[in-house]
Design a protein around this ligand. Structure first.
Ligand code: PMP
Length: 436
């Protein structure tokens, strides 16, 4: 073990003072003390490459965001019940990015993605008068009681609402591309019928269009448009959960739902929105949010506060000003090309897929059967960590390597990532096969 005595003690202490919910990444937990750009350092000054963190999407320690937060904190930190330029300026700029898919949208601000999804579904229920919610079978939408109730990825012991129905993910590795659109449509139709039969009706279909926790399925695109039409026919709303795929992450578009040419009724966002400062929100079509807004009290002490808006504004300014969407697309393509080269050599990498800087490589025991191989995925993730490059694994079988770096990832970072992966495959996979 590479852990120092002190670090072993820290692991131990966590068991005492933190509830058992807290899990550490990696067999050898990482103890980092500083970050800048795409790099992290431990106490000894050892450098790591962060190829996983989508919260600090404009980079760790980003001076523009730090400066904006500090200035605003010194000047004024208050909630949304006073007039302030900050919230109006940011709202206008954010809505500017939604002109095509949500042209008249209005905004509400929260502190977390969970809160945003909780609010979006609450609005959908009130607007439609229905309570049913449809999600994909490994979806994660949040940690509140309501959102956990429609987050099947939390596992069998986390009860889903009786008003929740699941559909399979669009598994492009195992389902023919042409079959995905009809499959999704048919699945949503039959779940809508079930909800209607049981008297729940359909309030909302909520979906993360990169299908992050389902195993990352970026393609094909466009199948969500007919699904949205079906949802509307049933009197339900289409909610785009952009917590993972929003803010230029997918490279081709600012928002994931735009890849599917959908016009959402509600859209939720969070994670990268303030580059680490907790800020999240909901965009809504005015018709959908009107009655809720007039009839019900909603107040969020910290949501939309002046400092949150300053952080979000600085983050958005960097994303747009540095054309990080284009960088995501360009650098993401380099990573996928490198992964495809490695997949040609190592048949354990059965499939490479993704969009922009949201990239998956699926580990299988055999490319013919495509049987998921969580052991190899874990060996690669831990092998790369040992070599100081941080990625993770996802999907229902934890066998999908997940590469999701800050949007400022550079070509040098790509070289480090790919050479580390190549070395890990070359040196560690043989050992793994030997132990089988
Ligand atoms: N939706 C999706 C798709 C997410 O990935 C997450 C967080 N992993 C959430 C919602 C919840 O966001 P938060 O952790 O900020 O509450």
């Amino acid at each position: 073990s590479e852990l120092s005595e002190r670090e072993r003690q820290m692991v131990e202490d966590r068991h005492h003072v933190l509830a058992p919910s807290y899990r550490l990444f990696y067999q050898e937990p990482v103890h980092i003390v500083r970050g800048l750009g795409t790099r992290l350092w431990d106490g000894d000054g050892t450098e790591f490459l962060d190829a996983y963190n989508n919260v600090v999407s404009v980079g760790h320690g980003r001076p523009e965001v730090i400066g904006a937060v500090e200035r605003q904190m010194r000047q004024l930190c208050t909630h949304t019940r006073y007039l302030h330029e900050g919230i109006l300026g940011y709202a206008n700029d954010l809505l500017g990015t939604l002109r095509e898919t949500m042209p008249e949208a209005q905004l509400m601000f929260t502190c977390t993605g969970s809160e945003a999804n909780d609010l979006a579904v609450r609005i959908a229920k009130y607007h439609t008068g229905h309570e049913g919610v449809i999600v994909t079978s490994e979806a994660y939408h949040g940690n509140s009681d309501l959102t956990a109730g429609f987050s099947p990825s939390l596992g069998d012991r986390s009860p889903l609402g009786t008003w929740v129905r699941q559909i399979p993910a669009p598994d492009s590795y195992r389902i023919r591309a042409d079959d995905i659109a009809p499959m999704m449509l048919q699945q949503v139709r039959s779940q809508i019928e079930d909800l209607q039969r049981r008297g729940n009706g359909l309030a909302a279909f909520i979906v993360d269009s990169i299908f992050a926790s389902d195993g990352i399925f970026a393609d094909p695109t466009d199948f969500l448009k007919p699904v949205a039409d079906l949802v509307h026919e049933a009197g339900g709303l289409f909610i785009a959960d952009e917590v993972q795929c929003g803010f230029a992450r997918t490279g081709s578009h600012m928002w994931g739902h735009a890849r599917h040419h959908v016009q959402p009724d509600l859209m939720t966002m969070g994670k990268p929105m303030g580059n680490g400062y907790p800020v999240a929100g909901v965009a809504a079509r005015p018709e959908v949010v009107a009655e809720f807004g007039y009839d019900q009290r909603y107040f969020n002490t910290f949501g939309g506060n002046t400092v949150a808006m300053a952080a979000a504004q600085a983050t958005l300014d960097v994303i747009l000003g540095e054309e990080l969407q284009a960088n995501s697309q360009r650098v993401g393509a380099l990573i996928q090309a490198g992964l495809n080269d490695l997949a040609a050599e190592y048949e354990q990498l059965g499939d490479v897929r993704g969009s922009g800087l949201y990239i998956a490589a699926e580990c299988v025991t055999d490319p013919e059967t495509k049987a998921p191989d969580a052991q190899t995925a874990a060996a690669i993730v831990n092998g790369m960590r040992k070599r100081r490059v941080l990625i993770s694994a996802t999907g229902p079988n934890a066998n999908v390597l997940k590469i999701r770096p800050p949007l400022v990832f550079s070509e040098q970072d790509v070289d480090w990532l790919l050479s580390c992966l190549e070395q890990t495959l070359r040196e560690d996979l043989l050992a793994l096969v030997a132990t089988r």
